[in-house]
Ligand binder design. Structure first.
Ligand code: ADP
Ligand code: MG
Length: 250
């Protein structure tokens, strides 16, 4: 579903991704962990073209988004094609990013109507079903300002799903929430995983990574230091930097 090869990204003098390669297969739930500033968000943003890479290759479901030739020239496909490719990935951010002037239902149906050109009558039942699924059907006509953080994030998940993505990217979806509100969001994510959604999840929730993911990637300093099955990576990390990171958490 996702193939990334040798991704390089710098901001000025700072090389934030130093040759990151990863693949995510269909139905996999890959957790990305690592210290703050290690490049986790930048990696996600480069995969769905919210940032441009300097070098490397990104292929989504067999379609090349960007590639680098032997001479080192990094080329993206034309913008319309890039948007079409990246639309197959839904993204959920730390800070919800709901449209404040739209109701919950309007938040869900906005992009399917304006970006995909779906008829309102076609998408409203889909949106209602997604709201039931995340337990927020009773909030469909409320504005985001009336919702708790956990409810906002569940709306954000439903909104991303309303675009019928093949892949979901999550960037620390519970980090901005009060601890008592993280459970409801993680529960929605877990249900999505159980339905075999392909997911790439940047998270500090080690219990979620351990219990729900099929593979864990540990990033540090712009590199993938270690990757493996959760039981192996958490139970018996092979790299000293992984061990140090996990020890600091416990
Ligand atoms: P993480 O998500 O792992 O905390 P980020 O990918 O957000 O890490 O950031 C990695 C590094 O890149 C940090 O040092 C951060 O300050 C820097 N960085 C991220 N985005 C930008 C940007 N738009 N401009 C300059 N530096 C950035
Ligand atoms: Mg981040």
């Amino acid at each position: 579903m996702i193939v990334a090869r040798d991704l390089h990204k710098r901001f000025g003098d700072h090389e934030v991704l130093r040759g990151v390669s990863l693949t995510v297969g269909k139905g996999e739930v890959v957790a990305v962990i690592g210290p703050s500033g290690s490049g986790k968000s930048t990696l996600l943003r480069c995969l769905n073209h919210l940032e441009t890479i300097d070098r490397g290759e990104v292929v989504i479901e067999g379609d090349t988004l960007v590639a680098t030739d032997a001479a080192g020239h990094c080329r993206y496909v034309p913008e319309a094609e890039a948007r079409r490719i990246c639309r197959r990935m839904g993204m959920v951010f730390q800070h919800f990013n709901l449209f404040p002037h739209l109701t919950v239902l309007q938040n869900l149906i906005e992009a399917p109507i304006t970006v995909k050109g779906l008829a309102r009558d076609a998408i409203v039942p889909v949106a209602d079903e997604l709201l039931r699924k995340v337990g927020l059907f009773d909030k469909r006509d409320s504005y985001p300002s009336r919702l708790s953080g956990g409810q906002k994030q569940r709306v954000a998940i439903a909104r991303a799903l309303a675009m019928a993505p093949d892949i979901m990217l999550f960037d620390e979806p519970t980090s901005a929430l009060d601890p008592e509100l993280t459970g409801e969001v993680l529960r929605s994510m877990r249900e999505l995983a159980e339905e075999h959604m392909t997911m790439l999840v940047v998270t500090h929730e080690m219990a979620f990574a351990r219990d729900v993911s099929t593979r864990v990637i540990f990033m540090d300093g712009g590199d993938i230091v270690e990757a493996g099955e959760p039981a192996a990576l958490f139970g018996n990390p092979s790299h000293p930097r992984t061990r140090a990171f996990l020890q600091r958490l416990s």
